[in-house]
Design a protein around this ligand. Structure first.
Ligand SMILES: C[S@@+](CC[C@H](N)C(=O)[O-])C[C@H]1O[C@@H](n2cnc3c(N)ncnc32)[C@H](O)[C@@H]1O
Length: 317
């Protein structure tokens, strides 16, 4: 295990923490990001809780990376690709700018290094005022001189204005080195509570996407799926009404996602116990609903893909 930090005191405390935890000592190297790591050193796992705060100047090492805007997080993500061994994972907490006239998702997609798949989850967005106040408070600046507080506040807003920043996103970035030429990059917003820890969920996410990538629609209909553990169905509508207004599938595990499904989606999920192929299930649903099975086989794969991607259904190998 190798760990880097620009602050020698942080390295010293890391050594102490490792010793107290009874785990083997790590190779602790002083320097910025990957600078202390040789180009030929590859890792199975790279993690960082970086100094991601987007701020004017580099006043506080624990949070200000000393690069402009969100450049520190971008650099970390981009340079991680080269340091990951085949199949290796990188996981970072990060902040990113929401710039006027730019799609934040496109910004993040552009950070993903070649040869890597990515799963990026935006957990929270704060406007520039909320963000400035949060970090001024975090540093205790609100308890100091009022004029100094105002000056710092103004400098922060001026910096955001100069960069065209309207808001700041906070979230998780996971990379997996697949080496493939068709990377799978998911950038999404999910601000609801999740089940921690999420390690197994992260690994399963990439495995499900591998499965989807390897199966075109015809192969998908031949494949079998199982409803993930802990998924329940909720029906919403007027009391006493014959049919619900809508049906929601909800996960009680992992990302704890919820998604609306139509009759076909709900029926498909309900029957998916891994014994019948997706195509055979759709044929049975078509018969029940009096629909043309060919048309149903034609239009349903995209819905199945979404349910698999989001972890409601798991491929059976
Ligand atoms: C948010 S703290 C995280 C501390 C600790 N690793 C943890 O997760 O609890 C960010 C750390 O990054 C360090 N740091 C700041 N700039 C850095 C850089 N350019 N390269 C490496 N580390 C840096 C700081 O000294 C600080 O220890």
């Amino acid at each position: 295990m190798t760990a880097t930090d620009v602050n020698p005191r942080a390295l010293h405390i890391a050594a102490l923490t490792l010793a107290l935890s009874g785990v083997p000592a790590a190779d602790l190297r002083e320097g910025s990001l990957f600078e202390p790591v040789r180009a030929d050193e590859k890792y199975d796992l790279i993690v960082s809780n970086p100094p991601f705060v987007i701020s004017p100047g580099a006043r506080l090492t624990y949070r200000d990376g000393g690069m402009g805007g969100d450049d520190l997080c971008r650099t970390l993500v981009q340079e991680a690709g080269e340091r990951l061994g085949d199949g290796g994972f990188a996981q970072f907490l990060a902040n990113w700018q929401h710039v006027e006239g730019e799609d934040w998702q496109d910004r993040l997609r552009s950070w993903v290094p070649r040869g890597c798949d990515a799963w990026i989850v935006q957990r929270e967005v704060q406007d520039v005022n909320q963000y400035t106040e949060l970090w001024l408070r975090d540093a205790g600046d609100h308890r100091g001189d009022t004029a100094e507080y105002r000056a710092r506040y103004d400098a922060w807003l001026d910096e955001f204005e100069a960069r065209g920043v309207k808001a700041v996103g906070f979230g998780w970035i996971t990379l997996r080195r697949s080496g493939g030429d068709r990377p799978s990059i998911t950038v999404e917003e999910w601000s609801h509570p999740v089940e921690q820890p999420l390690g197994d969920t992260v690994r399963a996410h990439f495995e499900r996407l591998d499965h989807l990538r390897a199966h075109d629609d015809a192969a998908l209909l031949e494949a079998r799926f199982r409803l993930a553990a802990g998924v329940v169905q909720e029906q919403v509508g007027l009391p006493g009404a014959e049919d619900p207004e809508h049906v929601v599938l909800r996960q009680n595990r992992g990302m704890r996602r919820a998604t609306r499904v139509d009759t076909v989606g709900a029926g498909f999920a309900g029957v998916s116990d891994g014994t019948m192929s997706a195509g055979r299930i759709l044929d049975a649903i078509a018969q029940l609903l009096g629909e043309d099975p060919v048309l149903l086989r034609d239009r349903t794969p995209s819905q199945i893909r979404l349910l698999v991607e989001q972890g409601f259904l798991e491929p059976v190998k």
